[in-house]
Design a protein around this ligand. Structure first.
Ligand code: ATP
Ligand code: MG
Length: 301
C-alpha cells in the first residue's frame, strides 16, 4: 500500500517596513496602496499600522468600525501592552480580515493601530530600557505565530526612529524608504541606513555577551520610492535635481517608477477603497502607476 505523504508548503514571507522619519512624505499612502496592489495580484498581505496617527487604519476602516474592533478584538497597542504585562495576546483575533475593500481584495488584511500607541515608546523604554533586544524584538516574536499565513507583511511606520519603529526594523527583512523629491525628505536616507546598522550591532553585542552562537542580520534597504513627483514637461526642475542627487549616492536603490502628485490620491483615504483597486476612469493613470510600483517592489524585495 502506498502511504500518503502530506507536503506542507511553508511561505517564504517577506517582511517589509515603509520608513522615513520625515513626516508626510507618503509612507502610509504607499504602504496601503502597494499592499492593495499586491493583494490584487493574488498575494496574501498583512498590513500593520505602527503609527498612533492611525492613518493606514482609517484608510481602510470606518472610525466607528475601528472603535468596536479595538474594544472587542484588540489593536497593535494591546500587543505591546500584553507583552509588557507578561500576558498572552491573540494576534490573529486582532487582524481585520473583513475590510470595506475585502469584497475586491480579500487577501489584504489589517492589524489596526491605536492612538494610545503614542505612549508605548516611553513605557517600553522605562520598563525594559531603550537599548537591548527585549524592547525591540516584541513584534518579531509576535509575528512568528502568523507569519506563514502571508506572502508579505508590510509595516507602515511612524515618522520617527523610536522603539516601535525599531521593533519593525528588527522584524523586517527589507526596508523601503518613501521620499518626496525635496531636500529635507532625502537627507535622512543615510541616517536610516546607520540606524539599521546600529540596531544590528547592539543586538549582536548582546547575543555575544550571552555567549550564544549565531548572529542577527538586520534588514536591507531594498528601495527608495519617490512620491508626489511633479514633472515639469520637457524640463528638469528642482525635483528632478534632487532625485538625480539621490541617484548619484544610491543609484541601485532608487525605484525607476514613481508616484505623481495628485488630488485623486490625497482624497483616497475617505472612501476606504484604495486607488489601486478603485476601477474609476479618473484613477486609471494612478492605478497603473501604483501597479508599476508594486511590480518593481516585487522585483526588489
Ligand atoms: N501622491 C500624492 N499626491 C497628493 N497627495 C498625496 C500623495 N501621497 C500622499 N499624499 C497626501 O499627503 C499627506 C501625507 O501622506 P501620508 O500620510 O501618506 O504620509 P506619511 O509619510 O505617512 O505621513 P506621516 O509621517 O505623518 O505618517 C496625506 O494627506 C496624503 O493624502
Ligand atoms: Mg503615515
Amino acid at each position: 500500500m502506498i502511504g500518503l505523504v502530506k507536503i506542507t508548503m511553508v511561505k517564504d514571507t517577506k517582511v517589509v517596513s515603509f520608513i522615513n522619519y520625515k513626516g508626510g512624505v507618503g509612507k502610509t499612502t504607499l504602504a496601503v496602496e502597494i499592499s492593495a496592489s499586491l493583494a490584487k495580484k493574488g498575494k496574501d498581505v498583512l498590513l500593520i499600522d505602527l503609527d498612533p496617527q492611525t492613518n493606514a487604519t482609517f484608510y481602510l476602516m470606518e472610525e466607528k468600525d475601528w472603535n468596536d474592533w479595538q474594544e472587542n478584538k484588540g489593536s497593535l497597542k494591546d500587543l505591546f501592552e500584553a507583552f509588557m504585562d507578561g500576558k498572552s495576546f491573540d494576534i490573529n483575533k486582532a487582524i481585520n480580515k473583513d475590510l470595506n475593500c475585502s469584497k475586491y481584495i480579500p487577501k489584504l488584511h489589517l492589524l489596526p493601530s491605536h492612538l494610545e500607541l503614542l505612549f508605548i515608546d516611553l513605557e517600553l523604554a522605562s520598563k525594559f530600557g531603550a537599548k537591548g533586544m527585549k524592547s525591540k524584538s516584541i513584534l518579531r516574536s509576535a509575528l512568528s505565530k502568523i507569519k506563514e499565513n502571508y506572502d508579505y507583511i508590510i509595516f507602515d511606520c511612524p515618522p520617527n526612529l523610536n522603539l516601535v519603529t525599531q521593533n519593525s526594523i528588527v522584524a523586517s527583512n527589507s526596508i523601503i524608504i518613501v521620499a518626496m523629491p525635496e531636500y529635507l525628505s532625502t537627507i535622512g536616507i543615510a541616517l536610516i541606513d546607520r540606524a539599521i546598522k546600529n540596531i544590528e550591532k547592539e543586538i549582536n553585542d548582546e547575543i555575544k555577551s550571552f555567549g550564544v552562537v549565531g548572529t542577527f542580520k538586520g534588514p536591507e534597504i531594498k528601495g527608495i520610492l519617490f512620491n508626489r513627483v511633479r514633472y515639469v514637461t520637457g524640463g528638469t526642475g528642482y525635483q528632478e535635481e534632487v532625485m538625480e542627487r539621490v541617484r548619484v549616492d544610491w543609484s541601485h536603490l532608487v525605484f525607476n517608477t514613481y508616484v505623481s502628485q495628485s488630488d485623486r490620491i490625497a482624497q483616497r483615504g475617505e472612501s476606504k477603497i484604495p486607488i489601486a483597486i478603485s476601477g474609476y476612469a479618473a484613477d486609471k493613470k494612478y492605478e497603473s502607476q501604483l501597479r508599476e510600483c508594486a511590480e518593481e517592489f516585487l522585483r526588489r524585495v
